[in-house]
Design a protein around this ligand. Structure first.
Ligand SMILES: *Cc1c(COP(=O)(O)O)cnc(C)c1O
Length: 384
């Protein structure tokens, strides 16, 4: 049995209606159910970080189950506002331009997550009402994090104090709280530990600056384990462990919401053995699904069609002229031949939209959406 086979259950209609490979297939019903179950287990408000996957059909499937959307650029802002006209929006991210800040105010963004004193100064100069959370970069140790979000993100306490001072002297700006997205890839106990530290620091700081009815956005970064796809972030223990303190809490995960409901389906073009290593060359490549390269893992997959036979190790590669174009290395596969189908799972977040699509100018994948009505293709709706 292939240990990388995570797709239980693989939607039975995964390949139905595909006219061309490779194809991305999104399970919108599965996604809705997943988001609804997270939401029902959760006490904090739930915003979805659009950068994980801003696909319009995905945003629409999530919309009924989230409290709002977090966007990180003017492009995301425009796209999400068009796709979900009524959604509550928070605008974060480094290097916001004046044009983006003005757009945020034009489009009715509810919270601006300010990244620096100079960004705040530019916002103040616009002389328009705006409600802000200050993004804090706290010196907290986050053991076990896949990615530590320090460096250019957010502000230390000195810069936060400068911002609070600016806001106090700017009548059209309102300080509502702090935002802290400090690490990604944390499981529930580690995320909880981080949340407690953030809250313990933030509440006295906010009180000292006279913020009434404070909000604390605890960020995203809830773990997705590509090596063990069935182990999921424990939303219930996370929620029940959060302190019951006088602040409105909000989180903004991306990956843990959408990763599980996308597949990249493709077929075998060639099988070859070079210097004793077997390579399975697949149509497409990591210019469509960059996740295994960026995260350094074997992308979980299921072989959809193959002859019966003993499984042997092979390396699954794409069509790019670079040795980095590897989906999974030395993984057991049944005897594969050209034309056999493979579906890579966990391709619903940071997959298509983080990939370098134009490298080598191969054809782009098709996009398909599974929902209650069966199988719908909605290619035209998709942001490229
Ligand atoms: C990327 C990002 C998120 C979402 O992170 P996930 O790991 O996808 O949950 C949330 N907030 C901010 C500020 C981010 O940059």
């Amino acid at each position: 049995m292939n240990p990388l086979n995570p797709l239980n259950p693989t939607p039975s209609n995964l390949t139905q209606g595909l006219t061309r490979l490779p194809a991305y297939v999104y399970d919108l019903d599965g996604l809705s159910e997943h988001a609804a179950s997270i939401k029902s287990a959760l006490r904090p408000e739930l915003f979805y970080a659009a950068k994980a996957n801003p696909d319009a059909a995905i945003l629409r499937a999530l919309a009924p189950h989230v409290d709002g959307i977090e966007v990180s650029s003017g492009g995301e802002l425009t796209h999400v506002r068009e796709t979900l006209p009524g959604a509550r929006l928070a605008f974060g991210g480094p290097g916001k331009t004046d044009e983006e800040l003005a757009l945020a105010l034009d489009l009715g963004v509810e919270r601006i997550h300010v990244e620096s004193p100079s960004e705040l100064a530019r916002l103040a100069q616009m002389e328009r009402p705006a409600t802000v959370l200050l993004r804090a970069n706290l010196p907290l140790r986050t053991a076990g994090a896949a990615l530590q979000m320090s460096g250019p993100f957010g502000m230390d306490e000195e810069a936060l104090n400068t911002c609070a001072h600016t806001i106090a002297g700017t009548p059209h700006l309102t300080l509502r709280g702090v935002h802290a997205h400090l690490a990604s890839g944390l499981n529930a106990p580690a995320m909880l530990d981080l949340a407690r530290h953030i809250i313990d620091w933030a509440l006295p700081w906010l009180e000292a600056h006279g913020v009434e009815d404070p909000e604390i956005n605890l960020g995203g970064g809830m773990a997705v384990d590509y090596r063990s796809p069935e182990s999921r972030f424990d939303w219930e223990s996370y929620t029940s462990g959060l302190p019951d303190r006088p602040a409105k809490l909000r989180i903004e995960p991306g990956r843990a919401l959408t990763a599980y409901h996308g597949w990249y389906v493709t077929d075998v073009l060639d099988v070859k053995t070079t210097h004793g290593e077997t390579y399975v060359v697949l149509r497409g490549g990591t210019h469509h699904l960059r996740t295994p390269v960026t995260k350094g893992h074997d992308q979980p997959f299921t072989v959809l069609t193959a002859e019966r036979g003993e499984e042997r190790p092979a390396t699954l590669v794409g069509q790019l002229c670079t040795p980095k174009d590897v989906f999974a290395r030395d993984v057991p596969v049944p005897p594969l031949r050209p034309g056999d189908l493979i579906a890579f799972g966990m391709a619903g977040a940071y997959a298509w939209n983080i990939s370098h699509h134009d490298f080598l100018m191969h054809p782009k994948p098709e996009f398909h959406y599974l929902d209650r009505s069966g199988h719908v293709a909605m290619d035209d709706d998709r942001p490229v």
